[in-house]
Design a protein around this ligand. Structure first.
Ligand SMILES: [Zn+2]
Length: 554
């Protein structure tokens, strides 16, 4: 059994690896992203709250324009009137600052967008001085390198905070540079840590993803996240006007520790060097790559994709979703047929689902008041709370279901896989970018089941369980963490109703625990109950088969 648990831990780590941005070395090369220089911008921009119409806002705008001039660029301003959202009377001037790095033989422009305004309650070091800092440092890196083929537009928007995104909307609607926009990169942060993640894509997804994966050194991309964003109608940020105008592009966000979002705690001291670095190197890599490409969009498939380990990206078209589910179904059917466990399977599937759903509801009931009360909790506290929730829910609602029902022939395993397969089918139809979280475990699990357990060889007793639980953790761990990152309390947004959504990560954990448990139980069964002492495993199998046939004929 230690081998089994070692493999489980290794798979969990491979799944978790992309969720921790790598450490940062000093980098003196001016063409490389320097997190120290970026942090200096954050310190300068996030000295105090700077909402639209304020003197502090004007000061930040002046600083950004000054930095652009220092880089040898000519800042351009675009002014529009917007309602004075924060004082409830009259209008204020919303002023975008922008500059253009001219290409040598341009085929269009890459637009990098970061808003420089804040809500009145926060100095906004993460949201969004981080994006401003990354854009300024990236511009320095680009200008220090060899000349670019395409134009790069640096767009620092004002008035992002009160919807409907006055600054970016004005740029898209009215500014002449918009006509050249062929790709947009929008930078945002709602937390103070974690990796910079791809939250949304626009345009032909396979092409957009190819550009990103080919060029970003630390791509943290999960189609369950972009699919979730799409399901809620897309992110309501500066990305929205570009998306609605049909410009291909991406949005990068880091989100861990989002209890600071729009509060006084969003200070320069809270900014994670690793997060800023991950934001920076990915943006620089992508923009530098696009600035050299023929900016003609090609390809059209929607994709399933996920990062494993230190930034390997697995990807395939969503059109493979249904064939994968069908293949998993055929394998599962064959496995169940061979072991003749029909009668118990449906019942086991239902109890598995009930256990997971009750754990999810139980956790939401506990988490919602707790997180409402501890609404400024730190990252560590939030993960400890999640662990406590999961342990409680598992002890009371999940584990007894599987341990208490170690029934003849170990039917439970087929029942659990049936649940995963059903969810895979549902997702393949309803939200294709999410289907892989269930489809890959169901496919490998059903294949493993068919391959069979055989206690007579060590490999055959371990491999099916290790393969299945391994792939499950690789896809499940990021989903649990990322959904949990987004269900933190956000006292700066008191109207947000996200807390009960903790049910999603706990549901996933509950399903994962049941899968890991039943595979381990099956290994035990094979090692002890199934094989009489001295009886070879192959004989045991044929005995079981004949028992099954007898049972059927009765
Ligand atoms: Zn923002």
């Amino acid at each position: 059994m230690p081998m089994y648990w070692a493999a489980v831990v290794a798979a969990g780590l491979a799944g978790a690896a992309p969720l921790v941005a790598p450490g940062v070395d000093q980098d003196q090369d001016p063409t490389n992203f320097s997190v120290d220089r970026a942090l200096a911008h954050v310190d300068r921009v996030a000295q105090q709250p700077h909402p639209i119409g304020s003197a502090a806002n004007q000061d930040v705008r002046g600083h950004v324009a000054g930095e652009l001039r220092d880089l040898g660029l000519e800042p351009e301003f675009q002014t529009v009137a917007a309602p004075d959202y924060y004082r409830d009377s009259g209008t204020v001037a919303v002023v975008n600052v922008m500059a253009r790095i001219a290409g040598t033989a341009t085929t269009g422009a890459v637009v990098v967008v970061a808003h420089f305004d804040t809500v009145p309650e926060t100095p906004g070091a993460n949201d969004n001085a981080s994006g401003v800092a990354v854009t300024l440092e990236m511009a320095r890196n680009l200008l220090a390198g060899s000349p670019l083929r395409n134009d790069v537009i640096l767009l620092f928007t004002d008035g992002e905070e009160p919807a409907p995104r006055y600054g970016s909307t004005a740029f898209v609607d009215d500014h002449r540079w918009f006509d050249d926009a062929r790709f947009v990169v929008n930078l945002e942060a709602i937390g103070s840590g974690g990796p910079s993640m791809l939250t949304e894509t626009n345009g032909p997804q396979s092409w957009v993803l190819d550009q990103l994966v080919d060029s970003a050194p630390q791509p943290v991309v999960f189609s369950f996240l972009t699919e979730t964003t799409a399901l809620i109608g897309g992110s309501n940020t500066d990305f929205a006007p570009f998306r609605d105008a049909g410009v291909p592009g991406v949005e990068f966000v880091y989100a861990r520790g989002s209890t600071i979002y729009h509060t006084g705690a969003d200070t320069p001291g809270s900014v994670s060097r690793r997060s800023l670095h991950s934001h920076g190197v990915n943006t620089l890599g992508l923009v530098r790559h696009l600035a050299a490409e023929d900016l003609v969009t090609t390809g059209g498939d929607n994709m399933v994709f996920f990062t494993v380990g230190r930034f390997y990206v697995v990807r395939y078209p969503t059109s493979w979703g249904i064939p994968i589910v069908v293949a998993a179904g055929v394998l599962l059917f064959a496995a169940v047929r061979r072991r003749h466990v029909w009668p118990g399977m449906a019942r086991d599937a239902v109890t598995t689902l009930i256990a997971a759903l009750s754990a999810a509801i139980f956790s939401a009931v506990l988490w919602t008041p707790y997180a409402g009360w501890r609404d400024t909790m730190g990252v560590l506290e939030s993960y400890v709370a999640l662990l406590v929730l999961v342990v409680l829910a598992a002890a009371v609602l999940v584990i007894p279901f599987q341990f208490g029902r170690r029934v003849e022939g170990g039917r439970t395993l087929e029942g659990v896989l049936m649940v995963w397969w059903s969810l895979a089918l549902f997702m393949a139809l309803a939200a294709p970018g999410m289907s892989y979280i269930f489809a890959l475990p169901a496919l490998v699990g059903a294949g493993a089941l068919l391959l069979g357990f055989d206690a007579s060889t060590r490999w055959r007793s371990l491999a099916p369980a290790v393969l299945t639980v391994g792939i499950t953790l690789v896809v499940l761990v990021p989903a649990v963490d990322v959904f949990f990152q987004f269900v933190q309390p956000r006292p700066g947004n008191p109207d947000s109703e996200i807390l009960p959504a903790v049910a999603i990560p706990v549901l996933l954990v509950a399903l994962g625990i049941q899968l890991a448990l039943v595979f381990r139980l099956r290994m035990e069964d094979v090692a002890t109950d199934d094989v009489s002492p001295g009886e070879p495993a192959t004989t045991a199998r044929s005995r079981r088969r004949s028992e099954c046939r007898t049972a059927r004929s009765l």
